[in-house]
Design a protein around this ligand. Structure first.
Ligand code: UGA
Length: 429
């Protein structure tokens, strides 16, 4: 099929590439000329495991191309996917101006029937607005259908998640776009759920909020574990074996972050309020999350006492493993708080140091993870990169002024760390 994806961020670029990978003819559109130039020349604006190779392969096969012209994208394809940002506004609601702008551009370029699919995370009832906008701005008065097709991929595992989805959710208002949407997703052999547009839009916000709730739940349990001498990982393992609960997203941490959960929680609370419901449960999820970070900082200050003049090593800056994304990263938040208290920082991340530089200044960026601890009063693990497990712990311990480690991701075994001579503090254990 001929498909156009508007927006080449994490979702758009992965979507376009993975559509091309299964044989569709794909055009990716972005209004950022620099980005399009970079992609055309074989460069990558983001780090996502496996993506670069897949882009290269599909560009060479002639199935994937890039342009900055929405007109070209709309003219050449039958199905147009919108994958532009929906950033948060200061009051927690969603800024839909990019969605509105792209809807107008699509309308202006349409000369024949098109299926316009929203992939961005949007508040319920946005599909209705997109439909009204296209109707208003379409000069040619051609037929079209608006479809909602929320994306569930995780950064760091995006290609895998896209190629092997648990389910594909498609919201429609009529039967007309159903066959084409089925054809788009047929190669993935995943269950496809057809529903109405409002339900599809809600599925996304409800799912992300539930996952955030799951993390806040285990983080709250981690507090009880610490107070009682239990081990949160043992508790999560035991709970997770109940298939009604499941083990995934039960890893206690210094809190969740990223460009999705914090934003989607605020948005869902706002949307619910507008619809007359005070979603206090989700407000509590937010509160637990910010308290989790407060508690972690307290743990550090209780041990090191005064942070002014202390040198601290930080492993991990990305909001999670396998990504270079530092948006709403708990690790960055932590660094800024430590800096504010007067600590000087030596930091390392396998992929996110370049992006971190614009939000985290006056720190020493260290290329080798084994050198971060040198001369430091303590070392912190802030992101769950698997390679941190391969740290040369003997060397790290010797290079620390005091062998103190705060593990915000429970990467290491507490007993082993103590045997190695560390004063080791983690979450809920
Ligand atoms: C999330 C959802 O998992 C995706 O399904 C969704 O498509 C995406 O948002 C989106 O809306 O675009 P993502 O933000 O990429 O994906 O990352 P997650 O793997 O969900 O992690 C989010 C945060 O939760 C990270 O800071 C991570 O470290 C933290 N986390 C995750 C925990 O603290 N504990 C866990 O057990 C799992």
């Amino acid at each position: 099929m001929k498909l156009t994806i508007i927006g080449t961020g994490y979702v758009g670029l992965v979507t376009g590439t993975c559509f091309a990978e299964v044989g569709h003819q794909v055009i990716c559109v972005d209004n950022n000329e620099e980005k399009v130039k970079l992609l055309k020349s074989g460069g990558m604006p983001i780090y996502e495991p496996g993506l670069e190779e897949l882009v290269k392969k599909n560009v060479e096969a002639g199935r994937l191309k890039f342009t900055s012209s929405t007109k070209e994208g709309v003219e050449e394809s039958d199905v147009i996917f919108i994958a532009v940002p929906t950033p948060p506004q200061p009051d927690g609601s969603v800024d839909l101006s990019f969605i509105e702008g792209v809807s107008r551009e699509i309308a202006a370029a349409m000369t024949s029937y098109k299926i316009v699919v929203d992939k961005s995370t949007v508040p319920v009832k946005t599909g209705e607005k997109v439909s009204e906008t296209i109707k208003r701005y379409c000069k040619a008065k051609v037929d079209f259908d608006v479809v909602s097709n929320p994306e569930f991929l995780r950064e760091g595992f995006a290609v895998d998640d896209f190629m092997k989805p648990d389910r594909v959710v498609i919201g429609v208002l009529s039967q007309r776009p159903v066959a084409a949407m089925r054809e788009v997703y047929e190669p993935y052999n995943a269950p496809i759920i057809f529903t109405d547009i409002n339900s599809a839009e809600l599925i996304k916000h409800a799912a992300n909020s539930f996952l955030a709730l799951k993390i806040s739940y285990i983080n709250a349990v981690s507090v009880i574990c610490e107070a009682s001498g239990a081990n949160v990982q043992e508790v999560a393992n035991g709970m997770g074996m109940d298939i009604r609960i499941g083990r995934r997203f039960l890893d206690a941490s210094l809190g969740f972050g990223g460009s999705c959960f914090p934003k989607d929680l605020s948005a869902f609370i706002q949307i619910s309020e507008q619809l007359g419901y005070d979603f206090r449960l989700l407000k509590e999820v937010q509160r637990i999350n910010s308290e989790q970070m407060d508690r972690f900082v307290k743990k550090i200050t209780e041990t090191l006492w005064v942070l002014k003049g202390k040198k601290i090593g930080v492993l991990g800056l990305a909001f999670k493993q396998n990504t270079d994304d530092v948006r709403m990263s708990p690790a960055i938040d932590l660094c800024l708080r430590l800096q504010k208290e007067g600590a000087t920082l030596r930091v390392h991340d396998p992929k996110a140091m370049e992006k971190a530089r614009s939000v985290l200044e006056n720190v020493t960026y260290v290329d080798d993870m084994n050198e971060v601890a040198e001369g430091c009063d303590a070392l912190i693990v802030a992101t769950e990169w698997p390679q941190f497990k391969k740290l040369d712990l003997e060397r790290v311990r010797k290079s620390l002024t005091h062998p103190i480690m705060f593990d915000g991701r429970n990467l290491f075994d507490a007993k082993e760390m103590e045997q190695l001579g560390f004063i080791y503090k983690s979450i809920g254990r």
